[in-house]
Design a binder for this molecule. Sequence first.
Ligand code: 4NP
Length: 148
Amino acid sequence: MTRVLFVCLGNICRSPMAEFAFRQLAEAAGRGGEFAVASAATSSWEVGNPVYPPAARLLRRQGIDPAGKRSVQLTRADGALYDHIVGMDASNLRDIRRILGPDAPARVSRLLDWAGEDADVADPWYTGDFDTAWRDVTRGCAALLARL
Ligand code: 4NP
């Protein structure tokens, strides 16, 4: 079982999109049973809150029901629990390493690096562009899946 944790700032937009996208891609490839997938926030700002409504609407259009997901914050213990801890942008990576501490695992990566792109997944909370975030997230998740 490969354990994958997707991480963003609030855990209500990009990292839930990535969690659900990766699971959907793995299942479509007949590989759903190989992975345990989850998502978390670097901040505590949205803890307990559901997926942000525009992101939830987008996911439902993709045939995904995000109803049960609530924001949780990344903890130091997560560093030992996951094979891959995948942030969405450079700021996430700094925060992830701060939370995980001096022994932050080499298993921390940025999503679009898996697609060979030196790029962040821009935060739709600020850009309002959920469609671009979804395309970036699915491209990164497909590349990650192909490498695992
Ligand atoms: P996310 O987006 O990191 O993709 O979940 C955000 C969600 C909420 C906030 C910031 C970013 N916020 O400031 O509450």
